[in-house]
Design a protein around this ligand. Structure first.
Ligand code: NAI
Length: 507
């Protein structure tokens, strides 16, 4: 048998998570005993794990001998007392503080004094679960993600009384199981569920403000910012009966911090049973498991293209001018637009209306374009109208920016475009987590890329778009909305000038 930190472990709770944890622990070389209060669940868990191993053998990922060994190492326990010789107990039962506390109190009377006890809770406080234990030093959080064998990250969470040696052992053991461990303080949402607040929550606010629809926001964030799934596709996959309570729980646990405020949209959809893919209807409708997506309308046909004038204050102005040249636009170079010109602005964080008023531009001919993202790196351009924009001007801008067949979305005016708002929020929440010392910046990046599948860690994302640009988006959005949720974290304000993903001695 391989040398493992914990040679005999128990997994309590044989549901989705317990089975996955049992599988990877046995694969690492530990003897694994599974216990569940439901005998039929226990039996089906063994069958499920065995058939996983059979499949891995068929695919050539496991040798026939190792499958035989793994199966021999996995046994079922019909009573808690059978777990007395385990050196690690992983709890993955129902998410209720009282039930978990009762279980660990019972376990303390069964296992030896050095047995490490861990909870896979995703929303309860590790410190609270350990509050009445006789030996809270050997208790920690060990937070895996679903499906465990494929989601190769685990958060090791120290409660207030956790002995660092317990975390060290768990960290080593995570690596032996082929997972990447990250260390988190016992704070609401730990790392991944906390860092994940910026994405869906801001997308819901954009929908709530009537700026755009679900499908367009999904398209923008995938094509412009490189996310694998749009926020609404992600809600449908996770299901609202899981994700809405997580949003509420983190918001409440942080004493109603406005950054995490959930949305009435998901509350109502949850109440209406539109949970997502698993019930065939969420933000999208599903037929045979496939989302029915209304195709995008084609770009309008414009016979006479007006000349274009670009505001001197536009973000990435020279790139925008080059792009217009490449698209064959007739560019005006005067200090102000001629009476027929399509007037382009490219604000960061400000709305198009405010820019038109401040720059004394004719709002009827003014259209905004999101230039936060380098056009060469995206598959989509995003334009925004203001309430006065003439339809012929909107259509001219849409047609012009579609000339090279790149996709174009037109949204209504808001402080910050879709990508600006969502990216700025992700970066700001991550920066605040660094400020709070929830984890190290390195672990934050690792946990988010592995746990959420983002194209980049949030700090690297901030650097990609420019920390000063992100700060500008947030400062200006704070002005537009007058809302503390867009207040930049002090960590972000300080790092704005030097780069977010640089790791300094302070860390
Ligand atoms: P599940 O509902 O699939 O399985 C829970 C199992 O625990 C059931 O088989 C149930 O019979 C058993 N159980 C309940 N009370 C018990 C007790 N007192 N003693 C022994 N067995 C008991 O739940 P799932 O999804 O596996 O979640 C388990 C834990 O993992 C929860 O704390 C959850 O918050 C956490 N978690 C879940 C994730 C997920 O995506 N499903 C992700 C990360 C953590």
């Amino acid at each position: 048998m391989k040398e493992v930190t914990f040679s005999t472990i128990a997994v309590i709770g044989a549901g989705a998570m317990g089975r996955g944890i049992a599988q990877i622990a046995a694969q690492a070389g530990s003897r694994v005993k599974i216990f569940d209060t439901q005998p039929e669940t226990l039996a089906s868990a063994r069958e499920a794990v065995f058939s996983q191993w059979d499949r891995l053998e068929e695919k050539g990922r496991l040798s026939p001998e190792s499958v035989v060994d793994n199966k021999a190492r996995l046994t079922l326990a019909d009573h808690l007392s059978m777990l007395h010789d385990c050196d690690l107990v992983v709890e993955a039962i129902v998410e209720r503080l009282d039930v978990k506390k009762t279980l660990f109190a019972e376990l303390e009377a069964i296992v030896g004094p050095d047995t490490v006890l861990v909870t896979n809770t995703s929303s309860l406080s590790v410190t609270a679960i350990a509050a009445e234990l006789k030996r809270p030093g050997r208790f920690a959080g060990y937070h895996f993600f679903n499906p465990v064998p494929l989601m190769k990250v685990v958060e090791v969470i120290a409660g207030l009384k956790t002995d660092p040696a317990a975390c060290d052992g768990l960290t080593r053991y995570a690596r032996q199981m082929g997972h990447t461990p990250v260390q988190a303080q016992d704070t609401p949402g730990f790392i991944v569920n906390h860092a994940g607040r910026g994405y869906g929550t801001e997308a819901l606010r954009i929908v709530g403000e009537g700026i755009s629809d679900f499908a367009t926001i999904d398209r923008i964030l995938k094509d412009q910012a490189g996310f694998k799934l749009g926020p609404f596709e992600l809600f449908d996959l996770t299901a609202l009966d899981v994700s809405h309570p997580v949003m509420e729980s983190i918001y409440r646990q942080y004493f109603e911090e406005p950054r995490y405020r959930p949305s009435v949209i998901t509350a109502q959809r949850l109440a209406g049973g539109m949970l997502g893919r698993k019930v065939g209807e969420g933000f999208y409708r599903y037929e045979d498991g496939v989302a029915r997506i209304t195709p995008e309308p084609p770009a309008p046909q414009v016979t006479e293209m007006p000349p274009v004038w670009v505001s001197p204050r536009a973000a990435r102005r020279s790139e925008l001018l080059q792009l217009l040249k490449d698209l064959g636009a007739k560019i005006e170079t005067g200090v102000s637009p001629s009476p027929v010109a399509l007037t382009l602005v490219a604000p960061l964080g400000f709305d198009v209306t405010t820019v038109a008023v401040v720059e004394r531009l004719d709002p009827a001919r003014t259209v905004g374009i999101d230039m936060l993202v380098d056009d060469a790196t995206t598959r989509r351009r995003v334009l925004a109208t203001n309430p006065a924009t003439r339809i012929d001007m909107r259509d001219a801008a849409h047609a012009l920016f579609s000339r090279d067949a790149k996709a174009v979305s037109v949204i209504r005016d808001s402080g910050g475009f879709v990508t600006q708002r969502v990216v700025a929020n992700i970066v700001n929440i991550a920066a605040d987590m660094c400020q709070q010392r929830v984890c190290t910046p390195q672990d934050l990046e690792t946990a988010v890329t592995l746990g959420l599948g983002y194209p980049l860690g949030p700090l690297a994302m901030g650097d990609r778009y420019g920390p000063t640009n992100i700060l500008e988006v947030l400062f200006n959005m704070q002005t537009v909305y007058g809302d503390p949720r867009y207040r930049p974290s002090p960590w972000l304000r300080r790092r704005g000038a030097i780069g977010l993903s640089l790791m300094h001695t302070e860390e």
